[in-house]
Write a protein that binds this ligand. Structure first.
Ligand code: FDP
Length: 337
């Protein structure tokens, strides 16, 4: 009989053991937080499946700090995520898309406490059309600071863990503790995540690109020339690439991780002195950057490595081009020309 797949908790325990053997004093806490996010994700998946039946779709009224109109499920997802992280007693602050300032958790503290940056329900414009949405998170060390929120700032290389959950036909959780990128599928009967995609390796090159091409008028000239290049037929290099775009970052990054190619959300260069990006650095771009790099891919803004970007604001925005290493390198080259 085939061996039963490893559960998320078993996998986290192994990862934690090998981290603790090195310099990972906060490793047990990181594993606790990631495991807890897995449990919340199972509850979110349930709620999403029933949302239309419970009048949970649609807008809550008002907009969040980054100007997006807030949906009822955004608010609900934020509340349940913060409550769950509070229960871990090792998370000292939460930076959430739905809160202007970090939420400080006084019960947790100490040298090995953590800060979690999260977008609890990302891609929420897909909610009302029953499209895929996700949860994105990153874990950083609190550095013993009080308040702990400011420890979320700084470069993405400081992330101790990153991950996402994709609520699609199946619920998938993908995480990294800096030792490879691993994917799990939720067994809805047991409520447990099981290892289905161990050590994901992104293909060196892909065949697809994902981008909101309606914004072509505002792109950097290098971005425009690059997408034109991807669309120009050339059999030996596998062009034209096919366009795949769902409008939910998690779903688009998940496809890119597994199949290769590119997910891009470039900045608006209408005013070249002030390029404006859309996606948020702390709880969208930087965590995805870590996951993709840990799978052998690359994540860039076109001009620099995503993980080197220094966050100085909780809701800072950043451009992103991520995916297969050779494809992202080619994008960077177009930006340099
Ligand atoms: P949404 O606005 O629906 O929350 O986080 C922002 C995000 O979704 C990403 O998930 C997604 O990749 C992107 O915005 C889609 O933006 P466009 O609608 O501008 O293409």
């Amino acid at each position: 009989m085939a061996e039963s797949p490893m559960t998320l908790s078993e996998h986290l325990a192994r990862q934690q053991a090998s981290l603790s053997a090195g310099s990972g004093a906060s490793a047990p806490n990181v594993a606790t937080v990631v495991g807890r996010i897995g449990r919340v994700a199972a509850v979110i998946a349930q709620e999403l499946a029933h949302a239309a039946l419970r009048d949970q779709l649609g807008y809550a009224g008002g907009s969040n700090v980054t100007g997006d109109q807030v949906k009822k499920l955004d608010v609900w997802g934020h509340e349940i995520m913060v409550a769950a992280l509070r229960e871990t007693r090792v998370c000292a602050a939460v930076v959430s898309e739905e809160a202007p300032e970090p939420i400080e958790i006084e019960e947790a503290g100490g040298a090995n406490a953590l800060v979690v940056c999260t977008d609890p329900v990302d891609g929420s414009s897909n909610l009302d059309v029953n499209g895929s949405v996700g949860t994105i998170f990153a874990v950083r060390a609190s550095e013993g600071k009080t308040p702990a929120g400011p420890a979320a700032l700084g470069p993405g290389t400081r992330q101790l863990a990153a991950g996402y959950v994709m609520y699609g036909p199946a619920t998938t959780m993908v995480y990294t503790l800096g030792q490879g990128t691993h994917g799990f599928t939720l067994n809805p009967e047991s409520g447990e995540f099981l290892l289905t995609h161990p050590d994901i390796r992104i293909p060196r090159r892909g065949k697809t690109y994902g981008i909101n091409e309606g914004n072509v008028h505002s792109w950097h000239p290098g971005q425009r020339a690059f997408v034109e290049h991807l669309k120009t037929p050339d059999k030996p290099t596998g062009r034209p690439y096919s366009l795949r775009y769902s409008g939910a970052m998690v779903a688009d990054v998940h496809r890119t991780l597994l199949d290769g190619g590119l997910f891009m959300y470039p900045a608006d260069w209408s005013d070249p002195k002030k390029p404006k990006a859309k996606l948020r650095l702390l709880y969208e771009v930087a965590p995805m950057g870590m996951l993709v790099e840990q799978a052998g891919g690359r994540a860039s803004t076109g001009l620099e490595r995503v993980l080197d970007l220094v966050a100085t604001d909780y809701h800072q925005r950043a451009a992103v081009i991520l995916g297969s290493p050779e494809d992202v390198a080619m994008a960077d080259e177009f930006y340099r020309r």
